[in-house]
Design a protein around this ligand. Structure first.
Ligand code: CA
Length: 237
């Protein structure tokens, strides 16, 4: 299957550079100069991955990423954010907005293609595809749904980005155990050379934020000096 990638970038020379490199790598490529054009292109069919520039005329990439994450149809669309900003705080903001990965301009086309490949690989489901339950949390890998089930109330569906989903799936499949950042990178990100251990913290933060509307964030515990675990008996109530 050929993966289709939509590039939202207002500088034609950069869009073209990315498009050429991705086509050479065997991807089908679409380009949009701004987000409203991209929205139209995604109306009938979603791409497999979105490359999104931060600074765009009209709606910014960060705003657009937030919108996509809050929409049921687009919430699990992988997003690679592209930007000239390189401050650490900007990086965190980019990831917080819902991007799955981040590339700073000027970038090497080779690195960009490697990151696209890695991000698409992460879409492949983890081993063991059965539904999972830990405490009130339920995860169904087939429907890609996460919900919280509390006694005497209706199940509450939770909205997770693709990386958070995978992170939760891995931890729920291996509950009560402490997972180091390094271990999580290996299992969830698949040993991507460009990802730093700190990225795990950012995604744990996003995972907790996604679980908090159902009061489930406390089920993801930080084990000081070691890493993270999911437990059915959280110490914090
Ligand atoms: Ca731009």
């Amino acid at each position: 299957m050929t993966h289709r990638i939509l590039i939202v970038e207002d500088e034609p020379s950069i869009a073209e550079l990315i498009a050429i490199n991705l086509s050479h790598a065997g991807y089908e490529v679409q380009k949009a100069l701004q987000t409203d054009v991209a929205s139209n292109m995604m109306r009938d069919e979603l791409p497999n991955l979105l490359i999104l520039d931060w600074m765009l005329p009209g709606k910014s990439g960060v705003q657009f990423a937030r919108e996509l994450r809050s929409n049921e149809r687009t919430r699990s669309l992988p997003i690679l954010m592209l930007t000239a900003k390189s401050e650490e705080s900007d990086k965190v903001l980019g990831l917080d907005s819902g991007a799955d990965d981040y590339v700073t301009k000027p970038f090497s086309p080779k690195e960009l293609v490697a990151r696209v490949k890695a991000l698409l690989r992460r879409q492949i489901p983890l081993e063991g595809d059965g539904p999972l339950a830990v405490g009130p949390l339920r995860l169904d890998p087939v429907s890609h749904r996460v919900s919280a089930v509390w006694p005497n109330s209706d199940p509450q569906t939770l909205s997770l980005g693709p990386t958070e989903f995978r992170l939760l799936q891995f931890m729920m499949a291996n509950p009560e155990r402490v997972h180091s950042r390094e271990g999580l990178l290996d299992k969830v990100w698949g040993n991507e050379v460009y990802i730093e251990e700190r990225t795990v913290d950012v995604h744990i933060k996003r995972l907790r934020a996604a679980l908090s509307p159902a009061d489930c964030d406390r089920y993801v515990e930080t084990v000081r000096g070691s890493g993270y675990r999911i437990t059915k008996t959280p110490t914090q109530t």
